[in-house]
Design a protein around this ligand. Structure first.
Ligand code: SAM
Length: 253
């Protein structure tokens, strides 16, 4: 698709809009098998706490009431698994991701946990979701939107597939705003994460991309504006762990 020579960021590099997705796909192809282990190591397990806070906000019904969650850029399925653990018998999740390697790991996890009947895995692009309008009771995207070349399209799609009266939740790395922690975080990000990524996955560049892409992602107020522009109402965000991460939320009303 020709987008008139538009460019975007792949980490700190300027790349053609149409090249970014290919580069992102290479990253997740390379790290898929060790993705979950690496998340635990580099966040010291904190990503579990952040994801649980998203599940608390999602608040899926504990009874048998039907509830359909779409986990966009859901990768190996963490959000869907955690939501299934908190929800009642009517809960179903669809994990949609562009990368078959990440989905493959997720499918194997679902089978091992006997959750294959409640969680399905669908290959698809967040910018053009393969689902009908108004088909989900919630959409979530965790640490995914930063990787999507056209964030505005992904937000518009998250809105389109939601039933009116339903919530969009998004976890993403944010901007550390605690003096002292900010310098420590910079040091840890650039000096520890890429070598750790190399030791665990064999791919330092994938984790160099991670830390750079976090710096390039819009600041929380700017991202909240983008969520509003997609049509969501009651938009808000909450910084977590000193701003390392933010939990964004909006409603389709
Ligand atoms: N949500 C999972 C989690 O929290 O562990 C996975 C997050 S992982 C950092 C980012 C995911 O975004 C990868 O699985 C990648 O394949 C996916 N992704 C990147 N671009 C995408 C796109 N355009 N559409 C759908 N998924 C995409």
């Amino acid at each position: 698709m020709d987008h008139g020579g538009q460019t975007t960021h792949f980490g700190f590099k300027d790349v053609a809009l149409d090249d970014k997705q290919r580069l992102v796909n290479d990253v997740f192809h390379s790290v898929a098998q060790r993705y979950d282990l690496m998340n635990d190591l580099m966040s010291a397990g904190l990503h579990r706490v952040w994801k649980d806070l998203l599940i608390n906000a999602l608040n899926p019904p504990r009874n048998g009431k039907p509830f359909a969650l779409l986990d966009v850029a859901g990768g190996t399925g963490d959000i869907a698994f955690r939501a299934a653990g908190a929800a009642g018998a009517g809960f179903r999740a669809t994990v949609c991701d562009i990368n078959p390697d990440m989905l493959g790991v997720g499918r194997a996890r679902a089978a091992a946990r006997h959750l294959a009947h409640r969680i399905s895995f669908v290959e698809g692009n967040a910018e053009a979701l393969p689902f009908p309008d108004r088909s989900f009771d919630a959409t979530a995207i965790a640490f995914g939107i930063r990787n999507v070349p056209r964030i505005d399209l992904a937000l518009a799609e998250a809105f389109r597939v939601l039933k009116p009266g339903s919530r969009f939740l998004c976890l993403e790395f944010s901007a550390v705003d605690v003096p002292g922690l900010d310098r420590l975080y910079e040091l840890f990000s650039f000096k520890v994460i890429p070598p750790l990524g190399k030791a665990v996955t064999g791919d330092a560049e994938a984790y160099q991309y991670l830390v750079e892409s976090i710096r390039k992602f819009p600041k929380p107020n700017a991202f909240a504006e983008m969520i509003r522009a997609a049509g969501f109402l009651r938009v808000g965000h909450q910084p977590l762990s000193g701003g390392i991460v933010a939990l964004h939320s909006g409603w389709r009303l």
